[in-house]
Design a binder for this molecule. Structure first.
Ligand code: SF4
Length: 370
């Protein structure tokens, strides 16, 4: 079973923290969609005949795409790939795009899961991040989505925003709970070079929250959401039972996926491919670049993706896939973290307790094969 990812790289304006590949405005939407149709045709054999299980429109802001274009892309995919067993079709959306008419139309186009980029329910925080919606619009968007019949909604929240921890974060979490969404992704703000926040940081006007604050906010998110019945199943992801993100889980479990559109990544089971990060060059038909994964790359990727999930590493599976010596070396390198209580290992399984997962990158790096 495979995944299909479709990247719509347009945004109305640029958020202060964003370093994703995107372009402001939708002037080139039509030629881009046509190029995506052509790319699907030229890569029709990429998944080796495996059935597509999940489809995902990411961006950018896919909700800037008219419903008939989304439908056209899904129909074209269904002509080229086996889409008879699809269980989830997600669209990333900005709240202010989700009018009742748009919601109705995309549901009929085949979208059954919405990923709404809310980030915060605090208007001051939204302004700081240069988001284009208000907290009231975000609430309205979720309510309208329910009325339109969406039964699987996830919202994104950001924590670790300087000046917006404590009560502001508590209120955002409370509002998300009130809306009773099936899934919540909560990301720590990262200040990347080249973004508005990055430039402000260079000028000394903005600074990340310190580590103790990051950890305290992460624990607050974890405790609030798990107490409300959400499973904390991946470092940034929380789900009501039965509502884990299936498409993203495919990335964590090395399932094949085909990424269509500029800057989209693909994996065919052996090699990773990525498309050019330029709308012009993509429309001109520039071929994807490829990277062949070595055994060591695969091992490190396995360690990284598994330790970011609540299930962690199945030691018998690791040993069968990567050999007992490599697995034993990793186990040895884990000692220090097990003693510190950041890693748990009962012999059969090694994992980071969800409330400590914010530290996962530091732990994971030490377990990597160099
Ligand atoms: S809407 Fe999403 S992709 Fe576009 S600028 Fe904001 S964070 Fe980046």
């Amino acid at each position: 079973m495979a995944g299909l990812y479709l990247h719509i790289p347009f945004c109305k304006r640029v958020c202060a923290y964003c370093d994703f590949f995107k372009e402001v405005g939708t002037l080139r939407l039509e030629p881009l969609v046509e190029a995506m149709h052509r790319e699907m045709e030229s890569r029709r054999d990429y998944l080796g005949g495996e059935a597509v299980r999940t489809r995902y429109f990411g961006g950018g802001t896919p909700s800037l795409c008219p419903p008939e274009r989304l439908k056209g892309l899904l129909e074209h995919a269904a002509r080229l790939f086996d889409c008879s067993q699809v269980v989830e079709t997600t669209l990333e959306a900005n709240p202010d795009d989700l009018s009742p008419a748009y919601l109705e139309a995309i549901r009929h186009a085949g979208i059954d899961r919405l990923s709404i980029g809310i980030q915060s329910f605090d208007d001051d925080c939204l302004r700081l991040m240069n988001r284009r919606h208000t907290a009231a619009q975000a609430t309205e968007a979720v309510r309208n989505a329910r009325k339109a019949g969406f039964e699987n909604i996830t919202v994104d929240l950001i924590f670790g925003v300087p000046g917006f921890g404590g009560d502001s974060l508590r209120r955002s979490l409370a509002r998300a709970l009130e809306l009773d969404v099936e899934h919540i992704s909560a990301y720590h703000l990262t200040i990347e070079p080249g973004t508005a926040f990055g430039r402000r940081m260079e000028r000394g006007e903005f600074a990340p929250v310190d580590e103790a604050v990051s950890e305290a906010e992460y624990v607050l998110v974890h405790e609030t959401l798990t107490r409300a019945g959400y499973e904390h199943y991946e470092v940034s992801n929380f789900a009501r039972p039965g509502f884990r993100a299936r498409h993203n889980a495919a990335y964590w479990h090395s399932v094949k996926y085909l990424g269509i559109g500029p800057a989209a990544h693909s994996f065919d089971g052996q090699e990773r491919h990525w498309n050019v990060s330029s709308v012009d060059r993509y429309i001109a038909g520039e071929a994807p670049e490829a990277e062949i994964l070595t055994d060591r790359d695969r091992f490190n990727e396995y360690v990284m993706t598994r330790l970011r999930t609540a299930e962690g590493i199945d030691m018998a599976e690791a040993s069968a896939r990567f050999g007992p010596e490599r697995t034993a070396r990793m186990r040895q390198n884990a000692d220090r973290w097990i003693l510190a209580g950041v890693l748990r290992c009962d012999g059969a399984r090694m994992c980071i307790p969800p409330e400590r997962m914010l530290l996962s990158d530091a732990v994971i790096e030490e377990l990597f094969e160099t």
